[in-house]
Each structure stands twice: as C-alpha cells, then as structure tokens.
Design a protein around this ligand. Structure first.
Ligand SMILES: *Cc1c(COP(=O)(O)O)cnc(C)c1O
Length: 389
C-alpha cells in the first residue's frame, strides 16, 4: 500500500536520537531549546515552545489567552477534532465558520457575516478564532486579522500542516497576523518528532505562560515566585499547569529533521505540481492555490466531479484502496461527530464543509515518495475515473 503520508527518516536522524539515548538527559534537556531555536529561526519569530503534541499546544494556547467558562471560540469544521476540542478543555463553548469553497480554509467572508450577525443580534462574540491552514495553504490571514481588530478577538493559527509554508512571502508561524501559531510533528506531518508539537509567539507574556503551563505551573524563577526561596530545592506552583513536555529524544529528531525542512517542502511542491499536470484532465478538481500562499503541501486533496462519473465517492475511494493506493479523507466535519451532535450541532449547519466531505479524497503525498510510486497513483486513479466516465 502506498500510504497517504509517511515520515522521512534518514541515518542522520537515527544517529541524533542514539546520541541522546547515550547522554545524561532523555526527558527535556539541552535538545529541547536547540529544537526551539531551529523553529524560531526557520519561521522568524521571537519565542517557540516545544510540547508533546499540537493538541497540547492548542490547549495551552487557549489557556494563555485566558479562554475559560463563558467564552466562545470559533474554528473551521474541516479540520482535525483537536482544533475544536481545545476550547472545550478550557470549559469554553465552540462554534464553527464555514469554509471557502475553493481553498477549503475558514472563509473570511463567512466569518465577517457571522460576526456582524452576532453583533446585530447581541449574541456573544468569539474570544478566539482558530484558522486552520488546511493542507499547508495559509488562510487569508490579513482579512482575518483585520476582523480581529474590528471585533476584538485573538487569533491562534492551527498550522499543524503548514511548517515551511509561506504567506505573503513570510514564513507561516511568524505570527504577523496572529497571537499564537501551533505546529504538529506527528509522523504524517511535514517534520516529525514521533509525537510532538510547538507553539510560537512574539508576545513575551504569552510565551512565559505557555512555558509555565507546559510543566505543571511550576517555576524555579525567583522573580515569578510569591515567596522568597527556602533553599536550593525550592520551587513554587503558581498556576494549574500540565505535563506537556517534549523529551530530548524527540527534540533531537526534530533538530535533525528541521535541517531538512527546505528539502521536504521543495520535494512536496514538485510532487504536487506533477499531480496538477497529470490529473488536470480528469473529472476532478485539483487543489486551488491563492496568490498569497506558498503551501507546504502537507496533503493533496482532490474533489471528485460526481456528476461526471458513474461511480460514487465511496466506490472510487474503495477502488483506490483495493488497488494499493492508501487514500484517506481529511476531514469528517467536526460538527458531525456524535460528541458534537450531542452539544447541539446538526447536519446542514455548515453546507460548504458538508459538500466538501461528500467528494474529497486525500491521495498519497510525502517527501520520500518516488516518481514510480506517484505514477502508480496517477495511473490507477486515471483508469478508475476513465472507466466510469
Ligand atoms: C495533526 C493535527 C492536529 C493535532 O496534532 P497532534 O500533534 O497529533 O496533537 C491538530 N490540528 C490539525 C489540523 C492537525 O492536522
């Protein structure tokens, strides 16, 4: 089976991890700040905090912005559940803004409409909006940022797909149009640490809070303590934090992987362009790229033109899997999951997202994919669609 995504590990990565295993530190040690420095310089931001996952990153990002009971957070329905769950962890309420039919990202026009509608009806406005850079293509951050000033909400970018990508020629994660950006280093993402995540910000107060929440709310910094130190052993818990630390084993892998970030992005973009050229004449829609975006190309999503073929969405999906093409679907709209239905969300609430779900398929794309593997995907997909149109 050719997977839809897979890690790209070479001997240098393996050696870096072995070095750590032989060293004094295997949990958070010297590799973690090295990894954070690599992220800071790659995305051109002041502060980076490595964590054990992007899910943790989204949680501490919400905590650092003071999200709590009585607050409202908005995100896109077409995302991994973690983008929405983070609000619920904090006791806040979640709602969604439908996607743009071309980019599949949170639609700034739909956002504006929902905001002005809420204002007019005296309904609560969001405290935080979480745009998700689906497949690695940035949301239209300048527009979302302008709305954040008008309506007074904070912005967390869920850039789990997007490290190495750019928006308006600047690296995603520099927080030019947001308060906080979150990255994931799960093995299918661009760069991996096995499990892992990171949060970036230019705001010192937010960075300090996130560092505190990462490790139980405990500080050894005397300037932050309520009382004076009672001895060399002394530390204080000054907030209710968590254990969201990354290990040095993971961070060493991350440092090694980050040195290949540009290469990963180049390879993914070449493969995506090759798909664009080869699939263009089939009854499907290839990914639309906005002018301001340079995508990391985490995922390659095709939309089937179901009115032009005799097979159903599920039949095409199953035929691809039967033929060894490890396709997937990103994502089941979050509001349609049973847990979210129980919160009161219903089918039909976000129609553009639901239409997307009825015809989207993620086909294999990963940096170590060979031309032969890609040709196999193209040939099998072409024959399935040609025979049914
Ligand atoms: C992968 C992913 C996450 C969660 O990342 P983890 O590191 O696995 O916690 C969150 N949001 C999006 C959009 C993702 O793709």
């Amino acid at each position: 089976m050719i997977p839809y995504g897979r890690q790209d590990i070479i001997n240098d990565d393996i050696d870096a991890v072995i070095e750590v295993l032989k060293s004094d530190f295997i949990t958070q040690g010297p590799q973690v700040p090295l990894f954070e420095s690599a992220i800071k310089s790659a995305v051109n931001v002041k502060y980076a905090c490595a964590l054990n996952s992007a899910t943790s990153g989204l949680h501490v990002a919400c905590l650092a912005l003071g999200v709590g009971k009585g607050d409202l957070v908005w995100t896109s329905p077409v995302t991994f559940v973690a983008s929405a769950n983070c609000a619920l962890y904090c006791g806040a309420e979640i709602d969604f803004v439908d996607i743009d039919p071309k980019t599949y990202n949170l639609c700034p026009m739909a956002l504006e409409e929902k905001l002005s509608d809420a204002k007019r009806k005296n309904l609560p406005l969001p405290k935080v909006v979480i745009p998700v850079h689906l497949c690695g293509q940035s949301c239209e951050m300048d527009k979302i940022h302008a709305l954040s000033i008008e309506y007074g909400f904070a912005i967390i970018e869920d850039a789990s797909h997007a490290i190495g990508g750019k928006y308006q020629n600047s690296p995603i994660g520099n927080c030019q149009y947001s308060d906080i950006t979150v990255f994931s280093f799960h093995p299918v993402k661009i760069v991996t640490t096995g499990e892992g995540g990171a949060v970036t910000t230019n705001n010192e107060a937010i960075a300090k809070k996130i560092n505190l929440y990462r490790t139980h709310g405990i500080t050894r910094d005397e300037k932050l303590m309520k009382n004076s130190s009672q001895g060399g052993w002394y530390y204080e818990q000054i907030a209710l934090g968590l254990n969201y630390r990354m290990t040095d084993i993971q961070a060493a892998l991350g440092v090694s992987q980050m040195s290949r970030l540009n290469d990963f992005i180049l390879k993914r973009n070449k493969l995506a362009e090759r798909y664009d050229a080869s699939l263009n004449n089939l009854p499907l829609v290839i990914p639309h790229q906005i002018e301001d975006s340079f995508s990391s190309r985490h995922l390659y999503v095709i939309r089937l033109k179901l009115d032009k073929i005799s097979l159903s969405h599920k039949e095409v999906f199953n035929k691809l899997r039967e033929n060894g093409i490890g396709v997937n679907l990103h994502y089941i709209p979050v509001h349609l999951h049973p847990y979210y239905r129980d919160l009161g969300f219903t089918k039909g609430q976000f129609p553009i997202s639901e239409t997307y779900y009825r015809d989207a398929i993620s086909i294999p794309l990963f940096s170590s994919m060979t031309t032969n593997q890609q040709d196999e995907v193209i040939n099998i997909l072409t024959s399935i669609l040609k025979n049914s149109s």
